[in-house]
Structure formats: structure tokens, C-alpha cells
Ligand binder design. Structure first.
Ligand code: NAD
Ligand code: MG
Length: 399
């Protein structure tokens, strides 16, 4: 685990998204500490032009040639010298380039896996928001981090909270920690009549009560699949057995997660629900720096409440423990099925309650060899997507 130089060069993967924009907000507060080497986005050209004008990166990478051409034209018109590239290989190059000290991994989904791996293998500080990469890669991904000598720091607010609540010496975690307790807001449907859930619309599902996030993670929060992915993420990050990871619903999103020790003590991290806090911690660790987040006002806070999640209402949540009990590779199957199901829900081809069915049925049915390479993971991901798609078609036509 290495500290950053006094002036560090950053690559921000997914800079136009929710995490990417929050990262640039924090970076802009510390111009004397951070320079931007590369920014990347799928197809949001206008926002990328603005970001290039403000942060003057050496490289901007877009997902496809059309977006890259449009960006290059606009940068030329504004006399900006940022160089433009596109495609997965360019993403891996800017994630592993020699001048880069730290990489913010904020692409959504399995699409972010290869550049995460490139950053891990080249020994960067890897600030991981892209939880799907770790869910898919599992132990194999953690091995790549160790082999590359990378410093992996969690950006997911729950995992940042756990990391902040653990002792510095990671070799003592297993012997001291009784339980990791992940908090969950319960999303927009925590109290909704379950009989009406089949009919909820994408707009209702993405309207999260406490956080403003990208569409995919917002739907995952509504199904609590997000928490299932986070249980898997916590298992790999902190090497804690699945049976010692617990989820509790905490609708106020003030306690971001907790660690319970063998003596009965519970250590928690609290704060306003603002992703700039874990982002600033990832950038400044082992120090701290200003994030722009408002401090907690305890006199205005009122009560903090906790309840256990109802598996009938949130059938995606138990899939985490089911997948972790299966051979390596099952979590990649679960992630792929969920990406397909969420995309279909957002396109109104699948009902909200069928997301859990697609995920469970794909997990139950697919057989595979435990993966030992990126290619093997890509093959499992592709086959799981195909099978999930057939369930989407069947369930969609049965609506
Ligand atoms: P988002 O949809 O707002 O942004 C995603 C970014 O990735 C965008 O810049 C987009 O252009 C880029 N992108 C999408 N598909 C791509 C592709 N195929 N190739 C290249 N680039 C692509 O998502 P977000 O909410 O910022 O989430 C990003 C990641 O962080 C997710 O893995 C999410 O689970 C995680 N995360 C987000 C939050 C949050 O508060 N938003 C909190 C915790 C974890
Ligand atoms: Mg989270």
C-alpha cells in the first residue's frame, strides 16, 4: 500500500458519470495536488469538451470512433491540445500509462473490468467505484492487485466506511473482526405495497431517496441487488467469510457501515450522504483532505433507525450468499444476468419483479469452469448474458 507523490497524475475512467463528476469536483478543490492525465467517457461529447477545457488532460478516450471524431472536432475548434482516442485498448493504455499515479475506476458494469485490471497489473493506486469489476473478477482480481503491487482503495461508501473502521494492519482483520455490517437505505420501495411492485416504472425505480447516482446503480438500489453486489465486494476486499457479513436497512444513510469486533465493540463511519467524502479519502489516504461535503448537523438529524431487510420484498439480496457458496465464476454469472435484466427493465422490456427471477434462474442454470483469465471471465459473462436474455424474452412475452 503506497502513498501518492505530493503532486499526483490521475486517470478518471467514466469522468462524465455521477462518480466521475464528483471526483472532478474534489480534484478542482486541490489544483496544487492533482493533475489530470486522462478522462474517459462512453459517448457524452458535450460534457467531455467542458471537462477538457477545465482540466486540460493529455488524453480523452471515448467508447467509439463517432464520439471520438466529434470530440476531436470540438477540441480543435476551441484550440485545446488534448489528444483523442477510442475503444477498450485505449482505456487500458490510459489506465496503465507510466506518468499515471492513481486511477479512479468509475465506468459502470463489466465494461470497466479490463482497464481496472490494467491499472491493477501496473501497480497504480486503484480507487474502485466500479464494484462490478471486483464482483466478476473475485479472488482472481485480488490476486492481480497483489501481483501488480497496486494499492486498492474502495470508493463505494459502505466499503470506504468499513475500511475507515478497520485497524491499519490488514493482517489482524481476520482474527479481530466478528462481523462486517453493511448499511442499506432500502431504496425507493422499502415501504411500498409488494403487490404493486410488478408495475413500477423505470422513473420510479431510479428516484432514490438519499443519493443521486447513475441509472444502473439506482435500479440496483431499488431491488437491493446493489447490496448483494456489495456483500460480494466486501468479502473479496476484506477477506471476511460471507457468513460474517450482515446487511441492515438504515433509511437515513448517515451510518455508512460498521465493523463489529470480538469484544462486542462496533466501530462505524458516519457522514452526510455525499460521495465526495469517500472519493476524497481515496485520493488523500492515509491523510485526509477537504471534500466539499457539508458536515453532519446532529441537532438537525433527528433519529437514526435500523431494520432487517425482508427477503420476500428484496429477493435479489440472498443471491449474494448463494453465489458466494458456489464455485468461483458464479458471481460473474450473477452480475451478467443482472446487467441484462436491468437494461431490459430500463427499456421497459421486463417488469421490475422479474429482475430477481432472471438473476436467480440464470445463476441456477448456467454451468461453467472456474475462470483463471480475463478471457475465461469474458466467456462466462457472454454465456450468462445470452441465457439471461432468453429469460428476459420469455418473461417479457408472458407479461
Ligand atoms: P454513471 O452511469 O453515472 O456513469 C458511468 C460512466 O461510465 C460514464 O462516464 C459513462 O460514459 C461511462 N461508461 C458507461 N458505459 C461505458 C462503456 N461501455 N465504455 C466506456 N465507458 C462507459 O454511473 P455512476 O453512478 O457514476 O457509477 C459508476 C460506478 O460506480 C458503478 O460501478 C457504480 O456501481 C459505482 N458506484 C456509484 C455510486 C454513485 O453514487 N453514483 C456509489 C457507489 C458506487
Ligand atoms: Mg454503495
Amino acid at each position: 500500500m503506497q502513498t501518492l507523490p505530493a503532486y499526483a497524475q490521475l486517470t478518471i475512467l467514466g469522468s462524465t458519470g455521477s462518480i466521475g463528476q464528483n471526483t472532478l469536483d474534489v480534484v478542482a478543490r486541490h489544483p496544487q495536488r492533482f493533475g489530470v492525465y486522462a478522462l474517459t467517457a462512453a459517448t457524452q461529447v458535450e460534457r467531455m469538451v467542458q471537462q477538457c477545457a477545465q482540466f486540460r488532460p493529455v488524453w480523452a478516450v471515448m467508447a467509439n470512433e463517432a464520439a471520438a471524431t466529434a470530440l476531436a472536432e470540438q477540441l480543435r475548434a476551441q484550440r485545446l491540445s488534448t489528444r483523442v482516442a477510442h475503444g477498450p485498448q485505449a482505456l487500458c493504455q490510459v489506465a496503465s500509462a507510466e506518468p499515471v499515479d492513481a486511477v479512479m475506476a468509475a465506468i459502470v458494469g463489466f465494461a470497466g473490468m479490463a482497464p481496472c485490471l490494467a491499472a491493477a497489473e501496473s501497480g497504480k493506486r486503484l480507487m474502485l467505484a466500479n464494484k462490478e469489476a471486483l464482483v466478476v473478477g473475485g479472488r482472481w482480481f485480488m490476486d492481480a492487485v497483489a501481483r501488480g503491487g497496486a494499492t486498492l482503495l474502495p470508493i463505494d461508501s459502505e466499503h470506504s466506511a468499513v475500511f475507515q473502521s478497520l485497524p491499519d494492519d490488514a493482517t489482524t482483520w481476520a482474527e479481530r473482526v466478528e462481523k462486517i455490517i453493511l448499511t442499506a437505505s432500502g431504496g425507493p420501495f422499502r415501504q411500498r405495497d409488494p403487490a404493486t411492485l410488478a408495475a413500477v416504472t423505470p422513473a420510479e425505480a431510479v428516484a432514490h431517496p438519499n443519493w443521486v447516482m447513475g441509472q444502473k446503480i439506482s435500479v440496483d438500489s431499488a431491488t437491493m441487488m446493489n447490496k448483494a453486489l456489495e456483500v460480494i465486494e466486501a468479502h473479496h476486499l476484506f477477506a471476511i467469510p460471507p457468513a460474517r457479513i450482515e446487511v441492515v436497512i438504515h433509511p437515513q444513510s448517515v451510518v455508512h457501515s460498521m465493523v463489529q469486533y470480538h469484544d462486542g465493540s462496533v466501530v462505524a463511519q458516519l457522514g452526510t450522504p455525499d460521495m465526495r467524502v469517500p472519493i476524497a479519502y481515496g485520493l488523500s489516504w492515509p491523510q485526509r483532505m477537504a471534500s466539499g461535503a457539508a458536515p453532519l448537523d446532529f441537532s438537525a438529524l433527528g433519529s437514526l433507525t435500523f431494520e432487517s431487510p425482508d427477503p420476500q420484498r428484496f429477493p435479489c439480496l440472498p443471491l449474494a450468499w448463494q453465489a458466494l457458496a458456489m464455485p468461483e465464476g458464479a458471481t460473474a454469472v450473477l452480475n451478467a444476468a443482472n446487467e441484462v435484466a436491468v437494461a431490459a427493465f430500463l427499456q421497459q422490456r421486463l417488469s421490475f419483479t422479474h429482475i430477481a427471477r432472471v438473476n436467480r434462474q440464470t445463476l441456477d442454470a448456467l454451468t461453467y469452469q472456474p475462470p483463471d483469465s480475463l478471457e475465461a471471465l469474458q466467456a462466462i459473462d457472454a454465456r450468462a448474458r445470452e441465457l439471461a436474455q432468453t429469460w428476459v424474452t420469455r418473461l417479457g412475452s408472458a407479461r
